[in-house]
Design a protein around this ligand. Structure first.
Ligand code: SF4
Ligand code: SF4
Length: 370
């Protein structure tokens, strides 16, 4: 699946999902937070920025006063393929429950369009974090950077090659969900992701199109509003895996570090988010070169308020009050050790390793696919 605006020139591949619409005044406000182009002077225009290694961080989208920056996702193709009768099930980000009054009515509406089943991604975060613990246990002293944030991972892979060997070579909870459902639950449907993130489109492609469509919450809201769809008319449909709860890691604690800290006593963890993560990675690279002490795991996100308020979520719909996060169920956290033990005997960790990252695990050099 190629991007509409993807071009190739020599070995350069341009993969931005951002679009510059008409009406740009060349004020360059959009570039003031751009991780790649801020401070580069008036010669750098938005058009240049989008064509030179854009990581789909979305800061320009939020900052443009003229609102002439848009983005594309896979909503259109997803709807076309449903209408053609393609069998599609939906993987659902936790953010969805925050952006609609009743996510089950959204599922009812999508089911009326042909979506077959709905699966909760946060459940399979348990697999991602189990793999993190296994890798941290067997790599004592090596600092790792978390890899579920697609914008940050893109930044490291394409702009900070020295840090590639430090990215955690494990698929995100989204792709772990796809692998698990297809291989271990024999799900045959094509998969779409109902997503809070513009940048996930690139991750899907880089992880082998195990999930075919990145359908953002923002575009779905826009579709519902523009067509005057009354969600209350639709039957409430729940997750196909709702009887499995919210998992025992991210769905319970809300963060990677707090989920796995107790499995790795004495190890150092740090969590950071927002536009400052990019200059921080420059400092991280310098510290690495100087042999300074770094966290065993750096949990890192492009979006300050985390994925629930990601770049592809759009404005809150009128009348929707986001529920307060309710993390900290200590009983369920106790279950994580037992769950991880069960994974040791039922899952093959190699299924959840991200080859695109793993191949850089020696001194930043490309060692080929594993
Ligand atoms: S902030 Fe908007 S109007 Fe100004 S240069 Fe950027 S895209 Fe153009
Ligand atoms: S999405 Fe981010 S990296 Fe791309 S042009 Fe906008 S600010 Fe720069």
């Amino acid at each position: 699946m190629l991007y509409d605006n993807e071009k190739t020139g020599g070995d350069q591949v341009i993969t931005t999902n951002l679009l510059l619409l008409s009406g740009c005044r060349e004020c360059h406000i959009c570039l003031q937070q751009c991780p790649l182009h801020k401070g580069k002077g008036a010669g750098t225009t938005m058009k240049i920025a989008l064509n030179q290694g854009c990581i789909n961080c979305g800061f320009c989208l939020q900052d443009c006063p003229q609102k002439v920056i848009g983005y594309q996702d896979d909503m259109e193709l997803f709807l076309q393929d449903l209408a053609r009768g393609r069998q599609i099930s939906l993987l659902v980000a936790p953010a969805v429950q925050r952006h609609f009054s009743d996510y089950r009515q959204v599922f009812g509406f999508l089911q009326s369009l042909g979506v077959r089943k709905f699966y909760n991604v946060v459940l399979r975060a348990d697999i991602t974090l189990w793999a993190y613990v296994r890798i941290l246990e067997s790599n004592y002293g090596k600092p790792f950077i978390s890899s579920p944030c697609a914008a940050v991972t893109d930044y490291i892979m394409n702009h900070v090659p020295a840090l590639r060997p430090h990215l955690m070579p494990v698929y995100s909870p989204l792709v772990c969900s796809a692998v698990f459902l297809k291989k271990y639950r024999q799900l045959d449907d094509d998969l779409a992701f109902l997503s809070p993130c513009i940048a996930k489109r690139g991750e899907l492609r880089q992880s082998g199109n195990k999930v075919r469509y990145n359908v953002t919450i923002g575009k779905l809201k826009q579709y519902i509003v523009e067509r005057g769809i009354d969600l209350s008319r639709y039957e409430a449909v729940d997750f196909a895996d709702s009887n499995e709860g919210q998992g025992v890691t991210l769905g319970v604690s809300g963060s990677v570090c707090s989920s796995i800290r107790k499995h790795l006593p004495g190890r150092l963890f740090r969590k950071i988010s927002g536009s400052g993560v990019y200059p921080y990675l420059t400092e991280y690279e310098a510290a690495l070169k100087a042999g300074e002490l770094l966290p065993d795991l750096l949990e890192i996100y492009n979006c300050k308020a985390g994925c629930d308020s990601g770049t592809g979520t759009g404005k809150m719909l009128p009348g929707v009050v986001p529920p307060k996060a309710a993390f900290g169920n200590a009983d369920l956290q106790q279950e994580a050790a037992a769950t991880f033990d069960a994974f040791n005997s039922t899952l093959n960790i190699a299924d959840f390793i991200w080859p695109e990252i793993k191949r850089y695990d020696t001194h930043g050099k490309d060692r080929g696919r594993i």
